[in-house]
Design a protein around this ligand. Structure first.
Ligand SMILES: Nc1ccn([C@H]2C[C@H](O)[C@@H](COP(=O)(O)O)O2)c(=O)n1
Length: 207
């Protein structure tokens, strides 16, 4: 019996693995290897981080509204007009003026200030590192309702504990993002690939 409705066998034959390790995609059915929304927004945050000149830690943030529209992106960097060739990137001068911490604008702050909407009320911010207390204040004041973070490596620091205290008091939810895969590879050659065939080298790729 023929039918237009996809049966289970068809669905299970979306991808066929070939002997050489490459795979063939069934281009008659919906793709399954696409980014879900959370991975997508977190990836945007990580991509933005790549713009940071910080020699130690590149952080990115992406703000998303209820319609899943991106309304702000930012990364850690020197303030406007403060040349990142002239201002210090080191942190050894703990009590002096030559310390990046005195100058660097954090990713979250930049994402909020870069907003392309009138405000970021009820938005979600995706950020690579849990926000410090200074950014937590700005996030709270801006009306953001949720923080999705990747790493909480500074959880033991007073700044992070203070952030969580403020978020808890203000009813701002926070949760750690668990990506579907450990890596996302952007391959600029991919657009040249044939429609069905995924080359062997892409076995490493997670998308
Ligand atoms: N949530 C965060 C945490 C940190 N940053 C920035 C601030 C610095 O540029 C850098 C941290 O430097 P490190 O102490 O690792 O040398 O990351 C941020 O933008 N957002």
């Amino acid at each position: 019996m023929t039918s237009n409705i996809m049966d289970r066998d068809t669905v299970s034959q979306r991808n066929a693995l070939l002997a050489d390790g490459s795979s063939v995609r069934n281009i008659e059915v919906k793709r399954e290897d696409y980014l879900d929304w959370c991975d997508y927004f977190m990836s945007i945050a990580f991509l933005a981080a790549k713009r940071s000149k910080d020699p130690c830690t590149q952080v990115g943030a992406c703000i998303v509204n209820d319609d899943k529209k991106i309304v702000g992106v930012g990364y850690n960097g020197m303030p406007l007009g403060c040349s990142d060739d002239e201002f210090p990137w080191g942190k050894k001068d703990r009590f002096g003026l030559n310390n990046k911490y005195l100058y660097v604008c954090h990713a979250e702050m930049n994402a909020i200030l870069n907003k392309n909407s009138s405000d970021v009320r009820n938005c979600t911010i995706y950020v690579a590192l849990f926000p410090c207390n200074e950014c937590a204040k700005i996030i709270t004041q801006s009306g953001i309702k949720e923080v999705v973070y990747m790493s909480d490596k500074n959880a033991h620091k007073v700044e992070t504990i203070a952030s969580k205290r403020m978020f808890d008091a203000a009813g701002i939810k926070y949760r750690q993002h668990k990506p579907k895969s450990k890596q996302i590879v952007i391959d600029f050659d991919e657009i040249e690939w044939s429609q069905e065939r995924t080359p062997v080298k892409s076995k490493k790729n997670l998308l």
